[in-house]
Design a protein around this ligand. Structure first.
Ligand code: ADP
Length: 272
């Protein structure tokens, strides 16, 4: 007997098939649209630094030979603009990677207490003019979560860095960590400029900056929070923000805590 396509003998089966087919098409269409949008956003973001460098090069060509000050300033400005572009490209790569499941380490285990202590200590050394504190409530030093350590560090650095970038006169960041049941939370609190309700909805969108001109001065590309969100969510965590304009912001992340059995299972898989 020859292979046959199973007969669709009921009308509702056909309907179901059509429905799921259309759903698949819609999803693909949406994905293609998102990719197109990303390419268009990226081109737009790269155009600015390239235009700035081009401007300085024209100045150099025209006046650089006669005016040592222009020579000096244009070269410095071009270098710093090229550095900014390098940083932007690195962040775009980080974002693309954070979106790819394959780069996540499904069997990775981190001890948040250890990572928090180290990152908060390091950030304090890099920013001696800031008081960066760590407050731990009910978090066991042995508590383990399922995340690659480098990714947890990256998330924390993005949040603390933002607290510093958007600070006002109170140069203080408080990182606190705690655990309730099978969930642990990390909160990064700053006392800076805060975020309006309108902007709160958009800050996790890639390339979104509340004040484009001003954040550009601070080196912001509007990608940090998108990277943090993609990373947190890919490890089954959550991230959200509370903020009062003019008073400060509070970014809160949560992760499921691993049980002893989970840890054993993951360690066994690491060995395989
Ligand atoms: P950027 O690299 O520009 O900081 P992010 O994605 O990290 O990009 O943040 C997006 C925007 O959200 C920032 O440009 C800034 O306007 C706002 N923002 C982020 N964190 C804070 C914060 N702690 N306080 C005030 N505004 C913030």
């Amino acid at each position: 007997s020859t292979a046959r396509i199973p007969e669709l003998n009921r009308n509702d089966e056909l309907e179901e098939l059509a429905l799921s087919f259309n759903m698949m098409l819609d999803r693909m269409q949406k994905y293609i649209e998102q990719q197109k949008q990303f390419v268009s956003d990226v081109s737009h973001e790269l155009r600015t630094p390239v235009a700035v460098i081009e401007g300085h090069l024209s100045m150099l060509k025209r006046w650089g030979k006669d005016d040592p000050q222009i020579l000096e300033e244009s070269i410095d400005a071009s270098i710093s603009e090229a550095e900014r572009m390098k940083h932007l490209i690195q962040e775009m790569l980080d974002l693309t990677r954070a979106e790819q499941i394959s780069v996540h380490y499904p069997n990775a285990i981190s001890e948040p207490m250890e990572v928090l202590t180290r990152v908060v200590g390091d950030m304090g050394m890099v920013h001696p003019d800031f008081k960066i504190g760590l407050e731990v409530e009910d978090l066991d030093p042995d508590t383990k979560i399922q995340i690659y350590q480098g990714h947890l560090e990256q998330i924390l650095i993005i949040l603390i860095d933002n607290g510093i970038k958007y600070s006002t006169d109170r140069k203080e960041i408080l990182v606190s960590a705690g655990q309730s049941g099978q969930e642990m939370q990390i909160v990064v609190q700053d006392y800076g400029e805060g975020i309006s309700d309108e902007d709160k909805k958009k800050i996790f969108n890639r390339f979104y900056r509340v004040d484009k001109a001003r954040t550009r001065e601070k080196g912001g590309n509007g990608l940090g929070l998108s990277i943090a969100q993609k990373l947190v969510e890919s490890y089954h965590g959550t991230i959200d923000v509370e903020s009062v304009l003019g008073q400060g912001s509070q970014f809160r992340i949560t992760f499921p805590v691993l049980t002893d059995e989970d840890v054993k299972r993951l360690e066994k898989r690491q060995e395989e």
